[in-house]
Write a protein of this length. Structure first.
Length: 101
C-alpha cells in the first residue's frame, strides 16, 4: 500500500471491521506506483527480489496511481444474519467429503 505523505507510519488504506468479533468485512487501499519505493522497501525488509519481479515489471513498464478494494461477502452475510461461523454462509463449502461444488 502507498504510504501517507503526512505520516509515514500510515498507509492510504481502509478496513471496515464488523463488531462482535466478525472481523474485516471490507478492505481497500491505494497501491504504491513508484518502482523506486517498492525496490527500497524490498531491500529494507531483506526480501528476495526474484519472486517479486513480475510485480515490479508492472511498475517498470508503466503504471498509474490506482486503488482497489475487496469485500468478504460470506463474512458480511454472517454479521448481518447473526450467524456465528462464517463457514455456514459459504454457498459451496469444501468439506472433507465434498471437495467440488
Amino acid at each position: 500500500m502507498k504510504r501517507d505523505l503526512n505520516d509515514s507510519q500510515l498507509a492510504l488504506a481502509v478496513d471496515l471491521l464488523a463488531p462482535e468479533g466478525y472481523g474485516e468485512i471490507i478492505g481497500g487501499g491505494q497501491r504504491e506506483d513508484s518502482l523506486e519505493k517498492l525496490e527500497h522497501r524490498i531491500e529494507e525488509h531483506g526480501l528476495d527480489k526474484g519472486p517479486l519481479e513480475w510485480y515490479l515489471d508492472l511498475r517498470r513498464y508503466g503504471s498509474v496511481p490506482h486503488a482497489g478494494f475487496g469485500m468478504g461477502i460470506e463474512r458480511a452475510l454472517a454479521w448481518i444474519a447473526g450467524i456465528h461461523h462464517v463457514r455456514e454462509t459459504i454457498a459451496f463449502p469444501r468439506l472433507m467429503d465434498r471437495l467440488y461444488p
